[in-house]
Design a protein around this ligand. Structure first.
Ligand code: BGC
Length: 938
């Protein structure tokens, strides 16, 4: 069998994926592509710090290398890059170093821009023909973007510098190295020749930019969000960012659904927009509507320009405004052509089932409450290269309103609020408001009525069955579970982490056989690691960093997403990790959500289809993604507690739809719930979300896990509590993440107590154990536990780099006393910093490294890991949280160093910790033992 792991192919796929996501917004007089040997001057301080991704759990991938934009251009040899300009930035950055903030979620979203003088820019314009100006932004967890300079808006310094450059140069190309869309009003004012969103492209991102600038790749990315003039133009803005409660009054009218229906003039760049270096003609072929199968038609895409390229065909529908209000356009299909040469054409066929364009009636106004319906009236289908310019390809009329799927009311709000509705008045669609319907079915009653049968899981004691017997079909899963004591079952509901020593070092979580008793039943222990842009291992181990979610969304390309995540699946296997905590797939309800960079789009169909493709990729190698955050996480501010009040219709059509597609089409095996509540119920304890919808309606049979340290509550409006894990298990949130030691119930959860007083049934624990075990039986960890090492495992083991240790700037220490103090001034505690001590121990002995640490003024939820290595081996990763405000003493045993020297490495993945003292304390003299061993050997 040939080799499967091919690092070079992985890189090439990531490079192409990042390039396919780049969106060209403006290209006056064919400024791009840049001819070979063009003289370039590169401006903008972001040339010195390429953002490969955002911050927080979605960005902490340790990598072998990152190719930034400047490096890619300069090293390509294709262009003559002005060194005087570069040197000026180098000097500026020396004097104004990158500000990475102090710890978790504190890196500023922008870095200070270098002011330019007219003389400097003019002299650069004499030397070079084209200016490239790079603008950067980051974003991340725990903080939203702000409609302020340095975040959503450009700073005055950036605008001033841009203006000077565009004035002096005939051609200026602006590259936006940002997580998701930013304000674009400046384009009109500054008027550069070309503007591109190059997003955060992962470790190959710079190369992707080079490919687009040079024309090696013709841009084919399309905006996955609408860019409006002002943030206040977005319908969500009025009800975004509250500390307590957001009424989602815009309802289903999110993004283009709002703008195309009510406010077209406010749009600067429509959803789906993006230019190419060539032009295309999209012509409709025969169109048909079938009562059973839905819509089918073909389009003919021809490259009418003069260079090869790909085009995205987007399909939208306008459904009749009947009893239910409807958006003017809804995306129901998309596809990308192959590379078409000049003059070449391709036919693309679309078959679109009715379910994708049915609307959900949450009030019964159509006569069909809790059903997906097609209302009577005229349906018009459009195809084209963005939402605005797509042209009609066919129409059909339904004489009667039709029920496409009858459902059960789920997760409806308990309080009414005014929601937006599109209504036709005098032949014109206008905005009106109506009362959102409220809940009529109590999920706690549903739960009581549908409890799993107690007899199925009645405790039998150990019958000698192992999990392998279930996998081999010798015993039923239920009989196997019946052997587990209440204590075993409670422990199984607890994931362990961060950096559990039981699994791959440095990962976020471990689950399954978290106790010796569970191990005894032949249950494996599996792992999961962040995140959407690649594997995060806090001990510093390297993995591959992928383009960010928004970039991959803008590719509008299912194939490249699947291919990229097939490689990601292999990276997971290589690192012996069963599940990636991603993709992140929340809806970009507002451009201000801090985690939009991880997420895909304002549109659920695009999100769902691409996530399904990514899952298919990972599933090829039996690993999977934990799709998150389920559901309705639309802001970072107060994410543990802010209540999003949203109608059932908007939930189903917008916020859940992507997840539904990922389950139905991508066969998702794992989901992560959010931190906060929706309609008064914390998602992790929502029976309707996790049982009525996810499992009963969509057919999901995998695991649901909480986000890291998340709350649950007993009913809508009741207070949330971190200890209320019983409420989570009742809802079928199977895993509460994460405990330091599951067997010891270190989070002090209420499982045992709730079981004893009847708030939780043993059968509910049994049912969740079943969900976990079914998942585990499909995991690579199960095979490893059984001793089945495949050829692929062996091949991948060889692909793990031995060179993980940073040996630069080593500090020599002689440990010749009973207590050896390390100078804490030598220890770098900043984000991603490594300190290596080269220890010399004249006498062989065992030692403890004793560290006294605390969190350095961090938010409570901050995760602050410190990994300690001896030589190349991880001794321990200690994770403090922002709550550890008092000094903590940590002791780590150091192995005897028989050759007299060893290295001790401290790695701070995220900074934010303060160290008071660090010392090595001798615990046992080994000299005699060592000498005896030597004598015996001789
Ligand atoms: C994030 C999750 C992440 C988890 C584990 C949380 O803070 O919200 O997305 O997977 O931490 O690191």
């Amino acid at each position: 069998m040939g080799k499967i792991w091919d690092y070079e192919k992985f890189k090439a796929t990531a490079r192409l994926a990042a390039a396919e996501g780049i969106v060209l917004l403006k290209n006056d007089e064919k400024t791009l592509p840049l001819a070979e040997n063009t003289k370039l001057a590169i401006f903008g301080r972001s040339q010195m710090n390429y953002y490969k991704s955002g911050t927080g759990s979605g960005g902490m991938v340790n990598v072998d290398y990152v190719v930034g934009i400047y490096e890619a251009i300069a090293d390509s040899g294709l262009y003559k890059v002005d060194q005087t300009v570069r040197e000026a930035y180098e000097k500026f950055v020396e004097e104004n170093p990158f500000d990475s903030g102090a710890g978790w979620a504190s890196e500023p979203w922008f870095q200070k821009e270098m002011p330019l003088t007219d003389a400097f820019v003019k002299s650069a314009a004499k030397e070079s023909e084209v200016a490239v100006f790079i603008i950067g932004r980051t974003a991340g967890e725990d903080q939203d973007n702000k409609n302020e300079q340095g975040s959503y808006l450009l700073t005055d310094e950036e605008v001033a510098a841009l203006k000077k450059v565009t004035k002096a140069f005939k051609k200026t190309v602006v590259l936006l190295n940002v997580g998701n869309i930013i304000d674009m009003k400046w384009v009109k004012e500054v008027d550069p020749s070309a503007v591109l969103y190059v997003w955060q492209g992962g470790q190959e991102g710079g190369n992707a930019v080079l490919d687009v600038l040079s024309g090696a790749v013709n841009p084919s990315g399309k905006l996955s969000d609408t860019i409006a003039e002002n943030i206040s133009d977005y319908a969500s803005s009025e009800n975004f960012g509250s500390e307590v409660k957001n009424y989602q009054k815009e309802d289903i009218y999110v993004g283009y659904r709002y703008f195309e229906t009510f406010d077209k003039d406010k749009v600067l760049y429509p959803f789906g927009y993006g230019l190419s270096y060539t032009s295309f003609d999209i012509a409709a072929g025969e169109f048909a509507y079938d009562k059973k199968d839905g819509i089918s038609f073909e389009v003919h895409v021809a490259n009418t320009g003069d260079t090869a390229g790909k085009e995205v065909v987007q399909v939208y529908i306008k459904t009749p405004n009947g009893e239910l209000g409807k958006p003017a356009r809804t995306l129901i299909g998309f596809d990308k052509t192959d590379i078409l040469d000049k003059g070449q054409a391709q036919n693309i066929r679309f078959e679109i089932p009715k379910y994708w364009f049915a609307s959900y009636d949450d009030s019964g106004v159509t006569g069909h409450k809790s059903a997906y319906v097609l209302e009577k009236g005229e349906y018009t289908v459009y195809a084209g290269s963005d939402v605005r310019s797509a042209e009609e390809v066919g129409t059909f009329v339904l004489d009667e309103t039709e029920v496409v799927r009858q459902c059960e009311e789920a997760y409806a709000p308990i309080e009414s609020f005014e929601r937006l509705k599109a209504v036709v008045r005098n032949g014109k669609v206008v905005k009106e408001f109506e009362k959102a319907p409220t809940r009529t079915l109590d999920p706690n009653t549903k739960r009581k009525d549908k409890l799993p049968k107690a007899s199925l899981y009645k405790y039998t004691g150990d019958k000698g069955y192992k999990l392998k017997d279930v996998a081999d079909g010798k015993v039923s899963l239920e009989k196997f579970i019946a052997q587990l004591s209440d204590e075993d079952l409670c422990a199984m509901m607890r994931g362990e982490g961060m950096c559990s020593p039981k699994v791959t070092p440095g990962v976020a979580g471990a689950y399954g056989a978290v106790t010796d008793s569970l191990l005894g039943f032949g249950i494996p222990i599996a792992s999961c690691s962040d995140g959407p842009s690649g594997i995060r291992m806090d001990c510093g181990t390297h993995a591959f960093s992928l383009p960010n979610g928004t970039c991959l969304a803008c590719s509008f390309n299912e194939k490249i997403n699947e291919e990229l995540f097939t490689w990601e699946g292999l990276d997971l296997r290589r690192c012996r990790i069963d599940a990636l905590l991603g993709p992140g797939m929340n809806i970009h309800r507002s451009p201000l959500n801090g985690r939009n960079f991880e997420y895909f789009s304002e549109d659920p169909f695009l999100t769902g289809k691409l996530v399904a493709a990514q899952l298919k990729g990972m599933h090829k190698y039996d690993v999977t993604g934990v799709i998150k955050h389920f559901a309705g996480n639309t802001q970072e501010f107060k994410r543990h507690t802010v209540n999003n009040v949203v109608s059932e219709r908007a939930l189903r059509e917008i916020y859940l739809k992507g997840f539904e597609i990922a389950v139905r089409e991508g066969n998702a095996r794992a989901v992560m719930t959010t931190y906060g509540p929706v309609n008064g119920i914390w998602t992790a304890s929502s029976y309707d979300l996790l049982t009525t919808l996810l499992r009963n309606e969509w057919g999901f049979d995998g695991i649901a896990m909480t986000d890291w340290w998340a709350m649950g509550n007993d009913e809508a409006g009741a207070p949330g509590s971190y200890q209320n894990v019983a409420a989570q298990v009742r809802a079928q949130n199977d895993l509460n993440m994460v405990n330091t030691s599951a067997g010891d119930n270190t989070n002090n959860d209420n499982l045992a107590e709730a079981l004893a007083d009847g708030r939780l049934e043993r059968s509910e624990l049994g049912r969740s154990a079943g969900n976990i075990l079914r998942f585990l039986m499909k995991s690579p960890s199960f095979q490893h536990m059984l001793g089945n090492e495949s050829d692929l495992d062996k091949e991948l083991a060889e692909a793990v780099s031995a060179e993980d240790m940073a040996l630069q700037e080593m500090i020599d220490v002689v440990a010749d006393k009973d207590i050896t103090e390390l100078d804490v001034k030598d220890i770098k505690v900043g984000k991603k910093s490594t300190t290596v001590f080269c220890m010399t121990t004249p006498r062989r002995c065992t030692m403890d490294l004793e560290l006294v640490l605390r969190a350095d003024d961090q938010p409570d939820v901050a995760q602050l890991p410190l990994s300690v290595f001896q030589d190349k081996m991880l001794l321990k990763t200690v994770t403090l949280t922002g709550m550890d405000k008092e000094w903590q003493t940590v002791k780590i045993s150091v192995y005897p160093a028989f050759i007299g020297n060893f290295y001790l490495k401290l790695y701070f993945a995220n900074g934010g910790l303060e160290i008071k003292s660090a010392r090595l304390i001798k615990t046992k003299d080994m000299e005699e033992e060592f000498q005896r061993g030597l004598t015996e050997l001789n």
